[in-house]
Design a protein around this ligand. Structure first.
Ligand code: NAP
Length: 487
């Protein structure tokens, strides 16, 4: 049975959810399989109407949804209200993209009547939906990266039915969002089976292995995402699996980028502790010049910060275990926030400080703590910091705070571009805008597919497969509802 837990008290509440049975899983997958030709054959304009219908229905129920999500996640009503807004904005953005066709650029090669190799028939290179998709919702964004988050919205936009694994940390929110979205979809003319929801740890394993599923999308842990990625690859018919896993999002400040050290310390802690540090773009690793004013200001500021609750007991336990390992390495240079309450899922924030010269192995600093733990590395010369940056694994985002005349600026930017999917100039990495120019991805382990984004209009492309229609007339193409067919 799956139960909701209130992170502020640690107590179970609300209904119990039974793990989805084998028979129910079969019905969900068979439904998605049947819905695929109907939904992918639905015109982009009609798919857009359905996406807008979901957005309107979620907005209309925002207050109730926020209430339950706040109880299950402890993220706070203000943050969660904003997240519902982001989710519905995202759905409407994909609707708009379907209407404009901006995400796809069909290529038409007119027939050339000439001997080979110059001559060829008429070609239309376009894209079609890949097939039913399984989506694993994230724990830390119960709306924007969960049941009706960016993965589901982009797959639906691409013409793919979606089978969703409800996250065990917010089963009630997942079920409510699903019920609202399903009603909106069916009322707007989408076929039965268009979306399905399952509960229980094994649900995802069964679905990802099913030959009728054509792609997977996941946001969560490195270990879980890697296990599911391996399952997707070891199938008789391997499929794309777009996993967003761990990311430490390094930030580097030069002296010219830290002109007000106290203000910089405040801004760093604000970014580090957003959502209790449970953000995929959390700045886990900060490089700064060895500056006493910064370190002193950070200590004072941190000591006044209250503890916030974790999303789940599993996340808190993993964070606390990893941090215990770190404590043994930091040789006492630790700054602390206010002590955490005894009840509920609280751990107080800490920042661990290392000098660049004492980093003999990057293993300890190269871990995603996914919680209120920061690592600050002080350097004497930028070269020391760059040498460490060059050893880091892939990240979703990275930032540089600097003036433009810094002599080693280009070197730092090259180093950050090598590892990150997004490089920010004089800005913290937290906060991922939903826009066409966005790229939320990066080399492994940030994601399992560095070629794709999970945020922004281009997220649709993960669920579209190229196809060339050879020798088809305009009339025939138009009748097929393929992207670009009406152009
Ligand atoms: P998780 O434990 O990987 O779980 C994510 C989802 O995948 C859950 O629905 C989970 O099912 C399922 N799952 C995980 N491993 C599975 C397996 N081997 N077989 C089948 N299903 C599996 O991640 P989480 O609980 O959401 O968060 C914990 C960690 O994820 C954090 O500590 C953090 O490192 C990472 N995280 C990263 C991001 C990011 O954006 N990069 C975002 C959120 C979390 P159950 O819930 O039923 O176990």
């Amino acid at each position: 049975m799956i139960r909701s837990f209130d992170p502020r008290t640690g107590e179970a509440f609300g209904p119990e959810f039974a793990a989805t049975s084998e028979h129910e899983i079969e019905e969900i997958i068979a439904g998605a399989h049947r819905a695929f030709p109907l939904w992918s054959g639905t015109s982009p304009a009609k798919r857009a109407i359905s996406l807008r219908a979901i957005a309107d229905a979620l907005d209309a129920n925002a207050e109730t949804l926020v209430e339950v999500a706040d109880r299950e996640t402890g993220l706070g009503k203000a943050r969660l209200t904003g997240e519902v807004g982001r989710t519905t904005f995202q759905l409407r953005t994909f609707a708009q993209a379907l209407e404009s066709g901006d995400f796809v650029k069909p290529v038409l090669d007119a027939a050339v009547d000439a001997p080979l190799p110059v001559g060829h028939p008429r070609f239309l290179r376009t894209v079609i939906g890949i097939g039913p998709v399984v989506v694993f919702g994230a724990s830390n964004f119960p709306f924007a990266f969960s049941v009706m988050g960016g993965d589901t919205a982009s797959a639906l936009a691409a013409g793919c039915p979606v089978v969703i694994k409800a996250h065990s940390a917010h089963p009630q929110t997942s079920q409510k969002v699903f019920d609202i979205a399903l009603e909106a979809l069916l009322n707007s003319g989408a076929p039965a089976g268009i979306i399905g929801l399952g509960h229980g740890h094994d649900f995802g394993k069964v679905v990802i292995a099913d030959p009728r599923i054509s792609a997977g999308a996941f946001t969560g842990s490195k270990s879980g995402g890697r296990a599911l990625f391996d399952m997707a690859q070891s199938r008789t018919n391997p499929i794309p699996f777009y996993g967003e896993l761990g990311s430490i999002n390094p930030v580097i400040a030069t002296t010219s980028g830290m002109t007000d050290p106290a203000a910089f310390a405040t801004a760093y802690l604000d970014s580090l502790l957003l959502g209790n540090g449970q953000f995929c773009t959390n700045p886990s690793l900060l490089f700064v010049p060895n500056n006493k004013e910064f370190l002193d200001a950070m200590a004072v500021n941190l000591s006044a910060r209250e503890a916030q609750p974790f999303l789940s007991k599993a996340t808190k336990d993993l964070h606390d275990r990893n941090r215990d390992l770190l404590v043994s390495l930091t040789s006492g240079r630790v700054q602390n926030a206010k002590p955490a309450p005894e009840t509920g899922l609280y751990t107080s924030a800490q920042v661990h400080i290392f000098a660049a010269q004492e980093i003999s192995s990057i293993e300890a600093i190269h871990r995603e703590y996914f919680g209120p733990t920061g690592i600050v590395i002080t350097y004497e010369s930028l070269g020391e910091a760059i040498a460490i940056l060059d050893q880091l694994e892939g990240a979703l985002a990275a930032s540089i705070f600097s003036g433009e005349s810094e002599p080693q600026l280009k070197e730092i930017i090259i180093s950050l571009s090598r590892i990150a999917g997004r490089v920010c100039w004089n800005a913290w990495p937290t906060g991922v805008a939903v826009t066409t120019g966005q790229h939320h991805g990066g080399p492994y382990p940030a994601t399992t597919s560095p070629l794709h984004t999970s945020v922004g209009v281009f997220a649709i492309n993960r669920f579209l497969r190229p196809i060339t229609l050879q020798g088809f007339s305009d009339e025939l193409v138009s009748s097929l509802n393929v992207e670009g067919g009406s152009k």
